[in-house]
Design a binder for this molecule. Sequence first.
Ligand code: NAD
Length: 481
Amino acid sequence: MRVTVIGTGYVGTVTGACLAYLGHRVTCVDTDQSKIARLQRGESPIYEPYLNELIALAATRGGIDFSVSLEPAATESEVIFIAVGTPPLPSGEANLTYLEAAARAIGSAMDPSHFRVVVNKSTVPVGSGNLVEALVRDGIMESRPQQRHAIKFGVASNPEFLREGCAISDSLYPDRIVVGAADERTLATMRELYLPLVTQAFESPAGVPRPAGQGIVSLLATSLTSAEMIKYSANAFLALKIGFANEMANICERVGAEATAVMAGIGLDTRIGSRFLNPGVGWGGSCFGKDIHALLHTAHEYGYDSKLLRASIEVNAAQRLMVIQKLQEKLFILKGRTIGLLGLAFKPDTDDIRDAPSLHIAERLLQMDARVKAYDPVAIEACRQQRPDLKIRLCDSPEELAEDCDALVVVTEWQQFRTLDLVRLGSLMHTRILVDGRNLFLPEEALAAGFDYTGIGRSSRPRAAGANGPAGAAAAAETER
Ligand SMILES: NC(=O)c1ccc[n+]([C@@H]2O[C@H](COP(=O)([O-])OP(=O)(O)OC[C@H]3O[C@@H](n4cnc5c(N)ncnc54)[C@H](O)[C@@H]3O)[C@@H](O)[C@H]2O)c1
């Protein structure tokens, strides 16, 4: 099918590349000329594993190109995706300016030659499908008022569930596809578009193998409103799940239990499931906070106050600062101390620092007159560009980070941090304190490297003789020192 994708961010670029890989002819459009210029040179403007390779492969299959103009691609297309940003306004409401501009521009590009489906992939407040339809009509009225009755289109809501860092795998092998549509013709077009994904009738790209056991993908057809609500509920639930793990970890720490073992114990219950139960410095990124605030806002508009959602935001904000409390326990005074942050990205395998816990932690440390250094394998440039106001020293290597630090804090669980030479890093530091905000290291290995180690939800109290498990080992080693 002929497809246009508007917005070449994390969602749009991945969606466009995957659809072209599946055999559709795709044009990706963005108003940001520098992003389009990079994509035209074959470089993705975002860091996402295997994306550059997939774009190159996609060009040899359905075909993909990049443009700053919506026409003629949108005019030729049967399916036009909107994948623009919907960032939060200070009130918590979603900013729909970009969505509105895109919908109007789509209307202006339409002619009566064929039926089109306008698909909203951006996360938008409940009810936005109707808004998109109205704005597309406005666009048609502006450009072709006489043909307005002859121009046929449908609107679909197709929420995106990809995770940055494994976005291509999530897009090619999704758990489910949700399509909200008001009419059968629109739904049929979407079913045709996604047929290769549903049946999984395509050869996997070399770098993104099909997960073992991956079968046919369910396509859930709903109303527009339910599809919009599914996206918000899914993110709210995942954020709550992480928040719950962190709350339990905080209690575990106090009673001398090992949070990782406790979470493993509850995660084996199939009603709960093991994912999203890792205690740490809390969730971040461009979606959870924004979407929960937007959902709270919608609920308020309808006279409902969701206490659970509010608590989820509060628990997470406090959890981010838990590492500062742990630094205070170890160093007492933070003023004038040098703290090194291992990781800036809100999670591994991405350069995305939007609403990253690292920034929140750095801001608070700076307020406390500590000096802050940071190292990240890919997000240093994003931090330099997006947060020039943040007076932290960005380092090019873990060694440069460790030099003269009073403590290191693991903020992002990059796999490459697992293999860091802790003995070498410790030798460069002023004092060997490691606050592991992601439980990335085994306490015993950090202790063996001479670190005073604290994780999240890991007991630091001496355990009774015979206590076993990682927490027991850590506690025993700490007692010995
Ligand atoms: N990033 C994620 O992991 C993720 C996951 C699921 C859903 N979402 C949702 O998907 C949407 C897009 O997110 P993202 O992270 O890809 O955003 P992004 O900010 O990375 O990219 C958005 C792009 O849209 C472009 N744009 C804005 N207005 C435009 C217009 N009128 N015409 C053409 N291009 C325009 C911007 O220049 C930008 O390149 C958001 O609503 C987000 O909530 C994101």
